[in-house]
Design a protein around this ligand. Structure first.
Ligand code: WTA
Length: 578
C-alpha cells in the first residue's frame, strides 16, 4: 500500500490524551482497579459487565438497544442482570457446572445476550456459533468441544445433528415455535427457553471463578486441519475494558454500535465486553446488511461510536454519498474498522463523507483483544494499522526470531503475554505451540513492516488462510467439503483479490471420470458447499482443471494455484510431482 499524508488530530477530549504518555509507566495492574474483584477477590466477567453497574446505582441506565425489522426493545442494566440471572438458574437446573461448554447457535436477538451472560455467570464456557453455519460446521465444533448444552432456534435445529453428538445432553429452544409440543414429547433433553425462564428466579448465586478460568471458545480457521477452538479466560476483561477506553474511546454517555456477530470474536470482545465493562449503551441490530438499514440504525439510535469492517465500509462507499445525505449522522463522533486491510481510499472517503477519520486496528481471534491501533489522539496514516497498544510490544521478526529494523517486511509478532491472549487451543496442544515456536513471541501468521515512525503496515498472510469480507476461512475445510461431492476428484482453494470483499474464494477442481465441466455443475457445487458448510465458505469462482499441482506426497500446492491465478512466477517447483 502506498503511504499517503497522515490525517492530523481533529478533535479534543479523548480518553487517551497522548499516546507517548499512555505508554510511559504503563502497567496492566493499574487497570485492575476498575474491577470489583480488585477489592472483593471474586471474579466473573459477566458480573463486571452487568451486575456491577446495578450495584453501583446505574441499574436504570440502558444497556441494550435492540432492533431488527420485527422487534424493537430496550433493556436496562438491571433487566440484563435479571434476565442473565434467570438463564443462569435455567442452566443450574439442567445440572450445568463450571467448565462445561454451552454453545449458542442463533441469530442476534436479546435472548442470545441473556444466554451468553448466563453461561458465564454459572462458570460455564460459552461457544457462540455464527447463524449461517450449516451441518458440517456445527458438527465439527460441537464434537470437538464436547458441548453439553446448546441454545438454538427451532428453525436452525435441522442443522444440528444432535443424535450423533453423545456429549450433547440439553437443547434449549428459543424463538418462534419453541413451545410446539412435538419437540418435548418426542425427545428427552429438549426444553423451552420461554417456559424455563418464566419459572426461573431472577436472583442467581454467582459462580465466582479464577481469573485464569475458561470463559469462551471461538472456533477459527488455519490453513490445515479442522477449525481450532481458541480458548479465552476471564482475565481477558482487562484488555477488553482498557481498549474500550483508549481505542473505542468509550465514555459514559456514548451510544455504541459494533456491527459484528458474536459468532466472530469482534462480536464478543467488542460487541459484549468492551461496551458493558465500560457501562456504555450497546446497540444491537439484527437482520441483514443494507446501506439504508445501517444508516437508519445510526440515525435512529443516535450512535456516537461505530465499530465496523472494511468490506462494509467499501459497500457503503459503493452505495454512494447520496444515500448518506438522507440520514442525520451528526451524532457520530468516532469510527473504527477491523478484520482486513482498510484501503487508504476508504479512509479518505470516510473523511469526506462522514467528516470523520476511520480508525483501523489489528488483532485476531487468538489475541482476544486489540493489539495495534490508530488512536483518536494520534495522526492517522491511511493504510496503516497504527501503533501497538500501550503495554504491548509488537515487532517484525525473521524466522529465527531476530527483530528486523524499520521498513523490512517479516513476521508480525507480539511479545508474550498480554491479558486477553488465548490460553490454549481446545484439545490441541500441538496447534497451540505452533504460535509460540519462537521463545518469547506470539507469531501471528501475518506479514507486515513497521515504518520509521513506529506505524505498522499489513502486507498479507504467511499461510493460506483466506479473508473474505473479513471472515476467516480455512482452505482445507472448503476443500474437504468439495471432495465429498460425487463429481469431484480433487480440489484446491485459494483467496483471489477482490475490490469489495478483500478476497473471494476460488476453487480449482478436477473431476472424476464420467463428469464433464459445465456451468450447471459449477452452480451445483456452489450450492453443495453453501448448504453443507456455510454460505460465506462457498467458492464464488470455480475453474475446472484436468489435473492439480501437487507435491510428491500428494499435497495440493495452493501456492502454484495462486501464482497461476495472479500471473506470478510459480517459484520453486522441485517438490512437485511430474
Ligand atoms: C486480518 C478478527 C489487515 C489478519 C479481529 C489477521 C487485518 C486476521 C486487520 C484475524 C487489519 C485483522 N488490517 N488485516 N486491521 N485486522 N486482519 O481471527 O490477517 O477473524 O490475522 O480476527 O484478520 O482474523 P480474525
Amino acid at each position: 500500500m502506498k503511504e499517503t499524508e497522515p490525517i492530523k488530530v481533529m478533535t479534543e477530549g479523548h480518553n487517551m490524551k497522548s499516546y507517548a504518555k499512555a505508554c510511559e509507566n504503563f502497567d496492566w495492574r493499574d487497570m485492575e482497579k476498575a474491577f470489583s474483584w480488585y477489592e472483593t477477590g471474586k471474579v466473573n466477567a459477566a458480573y463486571e459487565a452487568i451486575d456491577r453497574h446495578v450495584d453501583s446505582g446505574k441499574g436504570d441506565k440502558t444497556a441494550l438497544l435492540y432492533s431488527d425489522p420485527k422487534r424493537e426493545e430496550r433493556y436496562s442494566f438491571r433487566e440484563m442482570k435479571e434476565q442473565s440471572d434467570r438463564f443462569g438458574n435455567v442452566l443450574k437446573k439442567l445440572g450445568i457446572q463450571k467448565g462445561d461448554r454451552v454453545f449458542i447457535f442463533m441469530p442476534r436477538t436479546p435472548e442470545l445476550y441473556f444466554s451468553f451472560l448466563g453461561i458465564l455467570k454459572v462458570g460455564a464456557i460459552a461457544g457462540p456459533l455464527f447463524e449461517a453455519f450449516m451441518e458440517a460446521a456445527i458438527r465439527d465444533r460441537l464434537e470437538d468441544s464436547e458441548a453439553v448444552a446448546l441454545v438454538t432456534t427451532p428453525q436452525l435445529l435441522s442443522r444440528v445433528p444432535h443424535k450423533e453428538l453423545p456429549a450433547l445432553k440439553h437443547i434449549i429452544l428459543v424463538g418462534e415455535g419453541e413451545l410446539d409440543e412435538g419437540f418435548y414429547q418426542l425427545e428427552e433433553g429438549f426444553c423451552s427457553f420461554r417456559k424455563e425462564m418464566a419459572e426461573a428466579s431472577t436472583e442467581l448465586e454467582m459462580e465466582w471463578v479464577d481469573r485464569e478460568d475458561g470463559m469462551l471458545i471461538h472456533y477459527t480457521s488455519g490453513s490445515t486441519g479442522k477449525p481450532k477452538g481458541v480458548f479465552h479466560v476471564h482475565n481477558a476483561m482487562l484488555q477488553h475494558y482498557q481498549t474500550g477506553k483508549w481505542v473505542l474511546d468509550l465514555k459514559e454517555d456514548d451510544i455504541y454500535w459494533c456491527t459484528a456477530d458474536p459468532g466472530w470474536v469482534t462480536g464478543t470482545s467488542y460487541g459484549i465486553f468492551a461496551p458493558w465493562l465500560n457501562g456504555v449503551t450497546n446497540v444491537i441490530r439484527g437482520g441483514r446488511f443494507s446501506p439504508e438499514d445501517w444508516y437508519g440504525t445510526l440515525e435512529k439510535n443516535g450512535v456516537t461510536v461505530w465499530y465496523s469492517a472494511p468490506t462494509a465500509f467499501r459497500m457503503l462507499m459503493g452505495a454512494g454519498a447520496d444515500v448518506v445525505k438522507q440520514f442525520d449522522l451528526s451524532k457520530l463522533r468516532h469510527l473504527l474498522s477491523v478484520g482486513e486491510p482498510l484501503n487508504p481510499e476508504v479512509v479518505r472517503w470516510g473523511l469526506e463523507t462522514y467528516g470523520k477519520r476511520i480508525h483501523d486496528n489489528w488483532w485476531m481471534t487468538e489475541t482476544g483483544g486489540i493489539l495495534i491501533s490508530n488512536y483518536p489522539a494520534m495522526e492517522v496514516k491511511p493504510g496503516s494499522m497504527g501503533k501497538p497498544f500501550p503495554g504491548v510490544k509488537a515487532a517484525i521478526i525473521d524466522d529465527q526470531g531476530n527483530e528486523l529494523p524499520p521498513m523490512r517486511m517479516g513476521n508480525l509478532a507480539i511479545r508474550t503475554p498480554w491479558p486477553s491472549m488465548m490460553r490454549k487451543i481446545w484439545k490441541n496442544e500441538a496447534k497451540y505451540s505452533e504460535y509460540f515456536r519462537i521463545p518469547g513471541w506470539y507469531i501471528s501468521g501475518d506479514s507486515a513492516y513497521r515504518d520509521e515512525d513506529g506505524y505498522f503496515w499489513f502486507q498479507g498472510r504467511i499461510d493460506d488462510v483466506i479473508n473474505t469480507s473479513g471472515e476467516r476461512v480455512g482452505p482445507f475445510e472448503v476443500e474437504s467439503k468439495l471432495v465429498e461431492h460425487p463429481a469431484i476428484a480433487e480440489a484446491g482453494v485459494i483467496g483471489k483479490p477482490d475490490p469489495v470483499r478483500g478476497e473471494i474464494i476460488k476453487a480449482f477442481i478436477s473431476l472424476r471420470k464420467g463428469h464433464e465441466p459445465s456451468d450447471e455443475l459449477k452452480e451445483q457445487i456452489r450450492v453443495f458447499v453453501k448448504e453443507g458448510l456455510a454460505a460465506h465458505a462457498a467458492p464464488r469462482e470455480i475453474e475446472f482443471k484436468d489435473k492439480l499441482p501437487k507435491t510428491r506426497s500428494g499435497k495440493i500446492m495452493r501456492r502454484v494455484l495462486k501464482a497461476w491465478e495472479l500471473d506470478l512466477p510459480t517459484g520453486d517447483l522441485s517438490t512437485m510431482e511430474d
